[in-house]
Design a protein around this ligand. Structure first.
Ligand code: AHG
Ligand code: MN
Ligand code: MN
Length: 340
């Protein structure tokens, strides 16, 4: 067995990209490396999830006498740990933490980025061995470098994102991230513990045959969404239909599949929950940024997700995203006032 040196690792790729920018300091590639590092630790624990019952239940002590933590808490601690001790991040916001965590030490105060994440997305799928993920967003802070960062640094609209990405813990583990320059995917080679460039320059097909939505909520959706879903089901064979419905229940896994194959993902508003379920800062924004950088479209039903100015850290938003032409067809149903 030899190492294929034609394959770029995540580190090599980000450093190579930097060479094109004389002003780049390397802080972003260092931050991506930190997230990659945390995700490798998370991956190891995720792979052992099925052993929890044998080795000890979450919340109890395992046979080695260690505390067994819930995986989302563990994932959160890994990310906070690497970013706090890294050199590029002034503070974090996490789905698992109520307020922001401002690191406030000399190195962190001199860092120019803040980071938001959903440490473990799709966590209800852990118990049944189905793909889960981690999402992250990176903003340049608004507050002055040299000082502790502030909450407003985190409440920026998605159109100010410097980078966003996800890790998917699936049949293989992948790290996918986007910057303004495009979207690239790296698959973990477990034999050397490195993410290797496997999906360069990901482009979302402009049309696909997959629609992803929780059908169980059908009668709580806006009328336009119901009509669109019905149209997907009625599509004639000669028009490439009927579409296939695919819904994993892990946003990362659902979006990843549609990004590669072409398709549309929807988490609409519900009659009893107008903002839907997904969190703007931790889920909608990073996914919308990646989808757009890959050539797709992401909206809340009336405006670009990335243009929403957040007011609180944990606010939710309806989410529709995916292949450009499918999103255009959907918007015809959503903007028709008879169907709202
Ligand atoms: P999390 O595990 O971080 O709470 O997120 C779960 C989210 C998202 O991943 C998924 O798309 C959605 O919940 C599924 O919700 P439903 O079960 O309501 O369809
Ligand atoms: Mn989530
Ligand atoms: Mn989560």
């Amino acid at each position: 067995m030899y190492i294929n040196r034609k394959v770029l690792t995540l580190d090599e790729f980000t450093i190579q990209q930097l060479r094109n920018f004389s002003s780049a300091t390397g802080e972003l590639s260092s931050l991506l490396r930190d997230i990659g590092l945390a995700s490798k630790r998370i991956n190891v624990e995720v792979n052992k999830a099925g052993l929890v019952d044998i080795l000890g239940e979450a919340g109890h002590t395992n046979v080695q006498g260690e505390d067994v933590k819930k995986l989302d808490v563990f994932a959160n601690q890994q990310l906070v740990g690497v970013l706090k001790h890294g050199i590029s991040c002034a503070g974090i916001g996490s789905e698992e933490i109520e307020g922001v965590e401002i690191f406030n030490d000399e190195v962190s105060n001199n860092s120019k980025y803040v980071c938001l994440f959903d440490p473990l997305d799709g966590s209800s799928n852990i118990d049944v061995n189905v793909s889960i993920g981690t999402t992250f967003s990176v903003y340049r802070r608004l507050s002055a470098v040299g000082q502790p960062c502030v909450e407003d640094d985190f409440l920026q609209p998605g159109n100010k994102l410097v980078a966003a990405g996800y890790v998917i813990y699936g049949s293989s583990t992948m790290f996918v991230y986007a910057t303004r320059r495009g979207v690239n995917g790296f698959t973990l080679d477990p034999s050397i513990g490195e993410f290797c460039l496997s999906h360069p320059d990901i482009q979302c097909p402009s049309v696909g045959t997959i629609y992803s939505v929780n059908h169980g909520n059908f009668f709580r959706f806006p009328k336009g969404v119901q009509q669109y879903i019905t149209a997907c089901q009625k599509r004639a064979v000669m028009d490439g239909g009927p579409y296939s419905q695919r819904y994993i229940g892990s946003l990362v896994a659902d979006v990843h599949r549609n990004l590669i194959k072409g398709g549309i993902f929807m988490y609409p508003s519900l009659t009893d929950q107008a903002t839907g379920k997904l969190r703007l800062l931790y889920e909608c924004n990073p996914m919308a940024f990646i989808i757009e950088r890959a050539g797709g479209v992401a909206t809340d039903g009336s405006q670009r997700i990335l243009d929403i100015v957040p007011t609180t850290l944990h606010q939710r938003s309806p989410f529709y995203g995916g292949s450009r032409d499918m999103m255009e067809e959907l918007s015809g149903y959503l903007t028709n006032s008879d169907m709202q």
